[in-house]
Design a protein around this ligand. Sequence first.
Ligand code: GDP
Length: 301
Amino acid sequence: MVLADLGRRINSAMSELTRSNVVDEKAIDNMLKEICTALLESDVNVKLVATLRNNIKKKINFKDQGPNVNRRRLAQKAIFDELCALVDPHINEKGEGAFKPRKDRSNVIMFVGLQGAGKTTSCTKLALWYQRRGFKVGLVCADTFRAGAFDQLKQNATKAKIPYYGSYTETDPVVVAAEGVARFKQEKFNLIIVDTSGRHRQESELFAEMVQISEAVKPDQTIMVLDASIGQAAESQSKAFKESSNFGAIILTKMDGHAKGGGAISAVAATNTPIVFIGTGEHIHDIEPFTPDQFVSKLLG
Ligand code: GDP
């Protein structure tokens, strides 16, 4: 089920409740059943769905409520809040957001993710996003594995008028990354974004390389790029990346397409890591900051 359909299904379950004459436990159970089925069909992890269901039930426990409580409104708020909590691992904690670059220093952001996820595209989008907000941004291509990776980044960067660094001759990505970051730091760039490889002969080599690059450039933030349309696979993929790169944020791409979204929601929960931006198209301007309540509002239309 695509994300828009998920929103429609949840909405229709909620309006069913609004239309029913009595809002009793049975009506609430019916609504929750429909919402949970919709979430499961969108690939949200079964444990998460069970937690969401229990939390909502606890919040609208009829035994604790007086007769004058507006149960419909209570139910709506509980559902909204729990859907927000599902996509935001920090909403119930101190509300601390992800890392934010500052203009008075050189910030380094490293990108990781499997090939095809939209890493190179997202690097440029994020670079442009910050450039338009007054940051001096540079892009470094540390993918020496895939032929054409540097050309792709170069093309994107040129289009967006963003300085870039890469090499056609150096085969060690750690060297390229370190050199690029050092060069941009020397030139007092505020934000240096490092693109890495998404493929290797062996998965273990890819992860080892990420660790080495990370040790060389000491990123202030590592962002994992995740394709929103990959469903359940998102969970195991992001767990594997978390173990090696310990990323601190997620960019969810292809949210404009037929994204199920549920897998991505599970990835957030599995890694306890917030989504910071979403990709909404193939063009360099198609990026939006992610805010859980806006996302859920939009989901529910
Ligand atoms: P990489 O291998 O991870 O670096 O992935 P690329 O950046 O090369 O992107 C792979 C494909 O996904 C390209 O065709 C991109 O245009 C496309 N892509 C990336 N982000 C988005 C997005 O948010 N929406 C859509 N529709 N396509 C995207």
